[in-house]
Design a protein around this ligand. Structure first.
Ligand SMILES: [Zn+2]
Length: 95
């Protein structure tokens, strides 16, 4: 129950790496609550989030652990949708 009450809010997206030939991208996503996630995308044939994990700078906003957890995977769809709707790909890539 508690888990589902968490509402991530994408604040900024920064490109961390890419293999443009293969269409593979790594972004760091900053959330409004100070959490950060690393997300991987494959842009071919269309942008698709392939992996998400929380950076362990801050405790997890969901389970409050400060070591590895998989909570953010539950929010991959939500965060991916925000990245898409916020046109963060274009902003992060300067396109
Ligand atoms: Zn967690």
């Amino acid at each position: 129950m508690k888990k589902m009450s968490y509402k991530p809010s994408v604040d900024n997206v920064i490109k961390a790496g890419s293999n443009e030939k293969e269409g593979l991208y790594e972004f760091i996503v900053h959330l409004a609550d100070g959490s950060e996630c690393r997300v991987f995308y494959n842009r071919f044939p269309k942008w698709q989030l392939t992996n998400i994990s929380r950076l362990q700078k801050n405790p997890c906003p969901v389970c409050r652990k400060d070591f590895i957890c998989r909570c953010m995977e539950s929010f991959a769809d939500n965060i991916g949708q925000q990245i898409e709707e916020g046109h963060w790909f274009e902003k992060a890539l300067g396109e």
